[in-house]
Design a protein around this ligand. Structure first.
Ligand SMILES: Cc1cc2nc3c(=O)[nH]c(=O)nc-3n(C[C@H](O)[C@H](O)[C@H](O)COP(=O)(O)O)c2cc1C
Length: 330
């Protein structure tokens, strides 16, 4: 069964992409995932703050005076707390490229245009086949307008795209007023694809110690539904590629994401929970499902349940919300 798919102009042998995560850290594990059927691997992110911290650390080292504005950045990890220095990150790209034959996608994580985006070019020089630009942002200032935030994001994408030849995918959050319009603007800035969606790790309250405690919980399947809706709405309006990330745990989830219009599914939580070997179960599961339902390729399946092609487009819209609320009786 042919599972090949086009993603960002790259030919992948399967739609299973290892999402940005610690799985890139060992070339042995990465190779195991490749052998298990991965079509590509996304590395964990190098952060704008981390690159800036390194520059500041260098300036500090060279010029010695105290940091000009330590307070503003004191909530971010210090340079030494990041797992990989920017230089080591470039080395890891080269290591993975040597060990793997599938595409290696390096991940750059930031929000505003700036010198840090130059790392996209350095990723490319180190051998990355594509860049995943993660625009994770949480705006807390009431004076900041949605328009100014999105304009900066689009400008950041433009800056990254201009600096490289390899394709750029953009990983976004679901919290945009008009996600389809935003995706169109990202494509206008040169993005070759979009990754839906970033997960927000909601901090909890510890009410005995009166502190806000950050936590990292792995995803569950219910998180896929938000992705399915927006994949279905955005896919008919987009020229480029779509990746689903968040809540893909079973073969059924993979099929649903493809039906909604995804070119690839990214996996992290499911493999952290069950181990890298579980990938083969998902690959075999997809092959069996396609065979049983007499599909010959993923192209036949992709987007069959999108907003434009599904039998009941209203199911994705406000009408469905009203219908659902009216359906409850006590
Ligand atoms: C331990 C861990 C580390 C992660 N690191 C990154 C990262 O560096 N950059 C990024 O864009 N996403 C990162 N993610 C998010 C994943 O790439 C993915 O989008 C998210 O976990 C949702 O997919 P899932 O439901 O398959 O886990 C990380 C997730 C986990 C669990």
């Amino acid at each position: 069964m042919n599972l090949s798919t086009d993603y960002l102009g790259l030919k992948l042998r399967t739609p299973f992409v290892i999402g940005a995560s610690p799985f890139c850290e060992s070339t042995a594990v990465a190779r195991q995932l490749q052998d298990g059927g991965a079509g590509a691997l996304v590395m964990r992110s190098l952060f704008e703050e981390q690159i800036d911290a390194e520059s500041r650390a260098l300036v500090h080292h060279l010029e010695t005076p105290a940091d000009s504005n330590p307070e503003a950045l004191s909530y971010f990890p210090q340079f030494s707390e990041y797992l990989l220095s920017p230089e080591r990150y470039l080395g890891q790209i080269a290591d993975l490229k040597r060990a793997l034959t599938i595409p290696v996608i390096a991940s750059l994580n930031g929000t505003r245009p700036g010198g840090w985006t130059d790392y996209a070019r350095r990723f490319e020089q180190a051998g990355a086949d594509a860049i995943e630009l993660n625009l994770y942002q949480l705006v807390t200032d009431a004076a900041t307008t949605a328009d100014s935030v999105e304009s900066e994001m689009v400008e950041t994408v433009r800056q990254v795209v201009r600096s490289v030849q390899v394709p750029v995918a953009v990983k976004i959050s679901p919290f945009h007023t008009s996600p389809a319009q935003f995706v169109t603007a990202l494509e206008g800035a040169g993005a070759k694809g979009v990754v839906l969606f970033n997960r927000f790790y909601q901090p909890d309250f510890n009410i005995e110690e009166m502190v806000v405690s950050p936590q990292l919980a792995l995803s569950d399947r219910s998180e896929l539904l938000l992705r399915l809706r927006w994949l279905a709405i955005i896919s008919p309006q987009m020229r480029g590629s779509l990746a689903a990330t968040g809540g893909v745990h079973t073969t059924t989830d993979v099929v649903k994401a493809l039906l909604a219009g995804a070119h690839t599914v990214q996996l992290v939580s499911v493999l952290l929970r069950h181990g890298p070997r579980f990938l083969t179960t998902l690959v075999n599961g997809l092959q069996d499902w396609l065979r049983e339902h007499e599909y010959e390729s993923l192209d036949q399946l992709r987007g069959a349940m999108s907003h434009r092609r599904c039998p009941d487009p209203a199911a994705f819209e406000r009408a469905n919300y009203i219908r659902i609320l009216q359906s409850w009786r006590v």
